[in-house]
Design a protein around this ligand. Structure first.
Ligand code: NCD
Length: 316
């Protein structure tokens, strides 16, 4: 690894492939983009001349908008593929679609797909840099990185924190990427939720598991709530939303068990009154949910810049 190439990766497929140095490199660069994004004129040309294609095979509002804004601020030519109307609907395979796009010489491909592993597979077939914008229940690396930046800025550090992740862990790629990232940075992680929403091999993750919110939230520095992913459930995971909110929904009363300066996070989209109380989500003294969205653009700018530097220095 040379000093000119501090981030020695061709793609950003998951947190699993990153080391603590890689994570710090992305977050440090992202900090500088937070400053740029707060100025009236936000333009840079580090991606000028490069083509970025966003391929979202699953609905997305914030992640797709965030990647699009990030690419445009860095001067890339950004194209959003309308995947709902694409040839995939006519029976073309994911790989054929990817090969077709590949022949148009894109430089950055941002992909979201409902199947775990689909983005890794695609990355093996194309010549450009691939960024995983969420694949099934597997990984969502830029979400974990933006969460890490949000935590680091709010808490002044990203190690030796007690972080509680609450709710639908089993269906969540956000939880998986966060567990990997926070573990690599030496934080203590607690997962809170009903057994039906815990992944089967949870013992392998090096985390503490709680069924009771009141136990799990005690003295934590960060509370991250997750959306109940009804679209990935085939019934029978929770008794009722009302009951779920009562036991696992974050409200001011349950939050009082955490540290007095604990921050509240949620990757969005939120189900208000299901996993989180709406008033608490909007409480700017506790909730950093809007900061997470802001950090998302900066983290994606940083990740794309680092991958683009490698594209320019390493022949395909
Ligand atoms: C998450 C996702 O798509 O995995 N959302 C996001 O990227 N902001 C979480 C979710 O859908 O609940």
């Amino acid at each position: 690894m040379s000093h000119d190439q501090p981030f020695a990766h061709r793609h950003l497929l998951g947190i699993e492939q990153l080391g603590p140095r890689d994570i710090a490199t992305i977050l440090d660069l992202a900090d500088s983009y937070v400053d740029l994004n707060r100025q009236a004129s936000k333009h840079s040309d580090v991606l000028a001349g490069l083509t970025q294609i966003n391929m979202f095979f699953e609905n997305s509002t914030r992640t797709q908008a965030s990647f699009e804004i990030a690419g445009k601020r860095l001067g890339a030519d950004v194209m959003n593929m309308a995947m709902q109307a694409s040839s995939i609907k006519k029976g073309e395979t994911l790989i054929d679609t990817a090969m077709t796009l590949n022949a148009m010489h894109p430089d950055l491909l941002v992909v979201r797909h409902p199947q775990s592993g689909a983005v890794d597979l695609l990355a093996q077939k194309v010549n450009c840099a691939v960024l995983n914008a969420g694949d099934g229940r597997h990984e969502h690396p830029t979400q974990a990185l933006l969460d890490a930046l949000t935590i680091r800025r709010a808490k002044g550090r990203l190690h030796r924190l007690n972080v509680a992740i609450g709710g639908d862990i089993a269906h969540s790629r956000v939880a998986r990427s966060n567990i990997l990232l926070l573990g690599k940075m030496e934080n203590r992680i607690r997962l809170i939720g009903p057994p039906t929403l815990m992944p089967a091999q949870i013992g392998e993750f090096g985390v503490e598991v709680f069924e009771d919110m009141h136990q799990g939230l005690k003295e934590v520095d960060v509370v991250m709530m997750l959306r109940l992913q009804k679209e990935r459930m085939d019934g029978g995971f929770i008794p009722s939303e009302r009951e779920y909110y009562h036991r696992y929904g974050l409200d001011a009363e349950k939050l009082a068990l955490a540290r007095p300066d604990a921050i509240v996070m949620h990757p969005g989209p939120m189900n208000r009154g299901v996993e989180i109380d709406g008033t608490l989500a909007d409480d700017i003294n506790r909730s950093v949910i809007q900061e997470q969205v802001e950090m998302g653009v900066a983290v994606r700018m940083a990740a794309m810049e680092l991958l683009a530097r490698n594209l320019r220095s390493v022949p395909a």
